[in-house]
Design a protein around this ligand. Structure first.
Ligand code: NAG
Ligand code: NAG
Ligand code: NAG
Length: 413
């Protein structure tokens, strides 16, 4: 991972002084009674009515029996089109729809988002945005939460004071996610976001990672950042690729893009309650099948310690427990410029993962010949077994070269 240490040190120092303490009751993955937060924001969300989503996590570390590989055949998929709000007056361009099911709600958090009038007049932009799906049968019909109908455009993941100062300058910050959130329970989820700092309008680098905790209650989504930087770039970006929650332990997966060219995935685990205390983190060593309190050296390729190495490179994906497949499943796109969904499986978070990928299906590519940012989440409807039906999403480029998210529903045989 390339990183200018002086810049990181300066940024960390400047940001550390802003970590003002304000008590907050326990909530979220990383919450504890004594936690403070550095940024927080609330959004109004529609009340739950009719058929909504539901999501389950596994409570057994090792799933007994074996994976039902024959269930990995896609029996049908239905293209639901652009993720858009039928009531929004704005044309919105954005990418990386990252999936986040929380209880009966289904959210997508996007990266850079731009709103225009239908005649092309610029309305507003934000480093990220969030929508909530209205309908489990048509998940692409969403309600805009952070780009409001009156033209108010705010970021979904709130800035710290330091970041906010520079939002529209050449040396601005960006908060971008590449992986999905980790759903925790019916009202909580958390997601790892990369903190990107621009040196000028054409050059940026990742200076660290931050966690956003999501909490829903009384018709509101609350987004909380408890620390400015939860991980630096000197360790693998655990949780930025994918995560699983099993028995109150969070398994956070990092893709080594820099030295393995997106083949190696590394794993760290930590009890949900103490995630902000890095002394409680463990790092998996795939070579010796053991956990250690010291992270592997992330400044070179460490294939021997990876939890798995793909037969093809990974770009984005989602990991979840599938009762229907009797396995933990990673559904993914293989390359950044790709349109094909594949899956690999394991009976436990640390594996052994069966890296022989099953091809699921190919989405119809956008005008530039590919889609990117593919993700998936299982949904339960009408008593179907968890994992039989999934919602997928990805970034699509239309014939006018505009980027947006699309969603499809997929059913397995
Ligand atoms: C690994 O996965 C592939 C693809 O689903 C499957 O054909 C194969 O039987 C699996 N191998 C084992 C040992 O389960
Ligand atoms: C942008 O910043 C980078 C890193 O500091 C530098 O190498 C590059 O020359 C700068 N580009 C411009 C156009 O200023
Ligand atoms: C986009 O362009 C392709 C190739 O010209 C065409 O087949 C397709 O119908 C177009 N799609 C839309 C939505 O206009």
């Amino acid at each position: 991972m390339f990183i200018d240490l002086r810049q990181l040190a300066a940024a960390t120092l400047a940001l550390a002084s802003l970590a003002s303490a304000a008590p907050l009751e326990e909530r979220g993955l990383f919450g504890s009674a004594s936690s403070s937060f550095v940024a927080q924001r609330q959004f109004t969300i529609p009340s739950v009515s009719g058929d909504r989503f539901s999501y389950q996590v596994s409570d057994s570390y090792r799933i007994s029996g074996s994976c039902k590989h024959d269930h990995l055949k896609v029996s049908s998929h239905s293209d639901k089109g652009k993720l858009s709000d039928p009531d929004s007056p704005w044309v919105i361009h954005r990418d990386l729809p990252t999936i986040c099911p929380i209880g009966k709600y289904f959210f997508w958090f996007f990266d850079d988002s731009f709103a225009y009038k239908s005649d092309g007049t610029f309305v507003g932009a934000a480093s990220n945005s969030v929508v909530v799906s209205r309908d489990s049968s048509n998940p692409a019909s969403v309600e805009e939460i952070s780009i409001e109908h009156d033209g108010t455009v705010v970021v979904a993941i709130p800035w710290t004071d330091e970041e906010k100062e520079t939002q529209y300058d050449d040396d601005r910050y960006a908060l971008w996610a590449f992986g999905p959130c980790v759903p925790i329970d019916d009202s909580h989820a958390s997601q790892v976001w990369s903190i990107v700092k621009f040196a000028n309008s054409s050059y940026s680098e990742t200076v660290g990672y931050t966690v956003a905790d999501y909490s829903i209650s009384d018709g509101a989504l609350e987004v909380t950042r408890r620390e400015v930087t939860s991980m630096t770039t000197t360790t693998y970006p655990y949780g930025a690729f994918a995560s699983l929650l099993v028995n109150n332990v969070v398994y956070m997966y990092a893709l080594d893009s820099t030295y393995s060219d997106k083949y190696d995935v590394h794993l760290a685990s930590v009890p949900r309650a103490t995630i902000y205390d890095t002394s409680t983190w463990s790092y998996y060593d795939g070579g010796s099948d053991s956990w250690s309190s010291s992270p592997p050296d992330a400044t070179k390729r460490n294939k021997d310690k990876a939890v798995f190495t793909g037969e093809m490179p990974f770009s984005t994906g989602s990991m979840f427990y599938s009762k229907y497949h009797n396995a933990y499943v990673l559904v993914f796109f293989t390359n950044w410029a790709d349109s094909k969904f594949y899956a690999i499986t394991s009976q436990s978070p640390a594996g052994p993962w069966n890296t022989t990928a099953t091809f699921l299906y190919e989405t119809e590519a956008g005008s530039n010949g590919y889609n990117y940012g593919g993700q998936a989440a299982p949904v339960v409807e009408d008593g179907t077994t968890i994992g039989k039906k999934i919602v997928v999403s990805y970034t699509y480029q239309d014939n006018d070269s505009n980027w947006y998210g699309k969603a499809e529903t997929v059913e397995f045989e």
